[in-house]
Design a protein around this ligand. Structure first.
Ligand code: SAM
Length: 343
């Protein structure tokens, strides 16, 4: 899914002036006014701006604050402040809030920004932000849009994350996974894509997502991650923090017990898949529905099917509940429950 089409068309009109060599200062305020008048740009509660997406109900950022969301959901939970020269993958970098926030907290970050919409990158050049690190990102975007393909500490990849991931050098300490919600666009939430991300992470790497979706967390488990939950910001459910190979002394908060059960033994836990990294959202959803049906049939045949309601209430075989009492992380619990389920 992309930002709103009309918004993209408006931005493109102003971008053409930039491409002809006109100074952005001449028109950036007009662009902002134009987007605001069409209700396509929204001022969030911290004063920073967000764009409406293709689906009018979903904004690119939370109304509590575009920059606030980036700091509280991505930058602080990643703990990058304490890292020496963190290497960051900013997936779906958009306007660049997450990269700006990362640099604000640690000026030694090296960042690969991956974004498939040129107009969103350009919009960043026209906005004001309270952090001076915005200028670093703006310079990088401007040079990139002017054709500078050289590599530096901050790099931009203008393409689908699924093709970018294969060519990135990797060894990331932090991955910001900031795609639109999986309910509307599942392409970056599949087991297969997340496996590629996993391969590109350093052993101590951590992936952060605002999404707490069950099939997404299930896909992370299948891709090899140790999943955990962070604080909630502006919504009921907590963010997802997924580690590649956490050190034994790291405190890993478990996801809610109901979520562990849903992922492990219910059809809700069937993840999204995209084996060749080329399916559309609709195809991914259709295939998942089919896989859920087959899984349910198998469970019924084995006499091990539980309704979602009963899984949530814990009205299931005691053996599963006993596993949840063990001193394990959520991924270990889920894998053990699946072992017992035997499907
Ligand atoms: C929820 S917004 C993220 C906001 C962003 N982090 C920021 O600071 O502005 C999702 C972004 O992902 C981009 N996007 C959507 N699908 C993508 C894909 N398959 N690969 C790369 N970028 C994608 C959209 O164009 C949009 O800018």
């Amino acid at each position: 899914m992309l930002p709103n089409k009309v918004a993209i068309d408006i931005i493109r009109k102003y971008m053409a002036r930039f491409e002809k060599g006109e100074d952005i200062e001449n028109f950036r305020k007009d662009l902002i006014r134009d987007l605001l008048n069409h209700n396509l740009l929204v001022k969030t509660e911290d004063g920073t701006y967000t764009l409406v997406s293709e689906c009018k109900e979903e904004l690119m950022h939370s109304r509590i604050g575009a920059l606030r969301e980036s700091i509280e959901k991505f930058v602080i939970p990643s703990d990058l402040r304490s890292m020496k020269n963190p290497k960051i993958l900013d997936l779906c970098s958009g306007i660049g809030y997450n990269s700006i926030g990362a640099l604000h907290y640690n000026k030694n970050c090296r960042i690969d920004m991956v974004e498939c919409c040129k107009e969103v990158l350009f919009l960043s050049l026209c906005l004001d932000m309270p952090y001076e690190e915005h200028n670093i990102i703006k310079d990088r975007i401007k040079n990139f849009l002017e054709g500078d393909a050289s590599r530096s500490d901050i790099n931009i990849y203008l393409e689908d994350g699924r093709s970018a991931i294969k060519k990135l050098e990797g060894r990331y300490n932090v991955v910001f996974h900031d795609a639109f919600s999986p309910q509307r666009d599942a392409v970056l939430y599949t087991v297969d894509f997340l496996r590629e991300v996993y391969k590109k992470m350093d052993d101590d790497g951590v992936l952060i997502s605002y999404s707490s979706s069950i099939p997404f967390r299930s896909a992370l488990v299948e891709a090899g991650f140790i999943i955990s939950e962070g604080n909630s910001v502006g919504r009921k459910r907590g963010i997802t923090i997924a580690y590649k190979n956490p050190s034994p002394d790291r405190k890993i908060r478990r996801i809610p017990l109901t979520d562990e059960r849903l992922i492990a033994i219910s059809t809700v836990g069937v993840p999204y898949r995209d084996p060749n990294l080329n399916l559309s959202h609709e195809e991914i959803i259709k295939n998942r529905n089919f896989e859920r049906m087959i899984f349910k049939k198998k469970l019924l045949e084995l006499g091990r099917y539980y309704s979602t309601k009963n899984v949530k209430l814990g009205k299931i075989d005691r053996k599963f509940l006993e596993i949840q009492k063990l001193d394990l992380n959520s991924t270990q619990v889920i894998l053990k429950m699946r072992e017992i389920l035997g499907v």
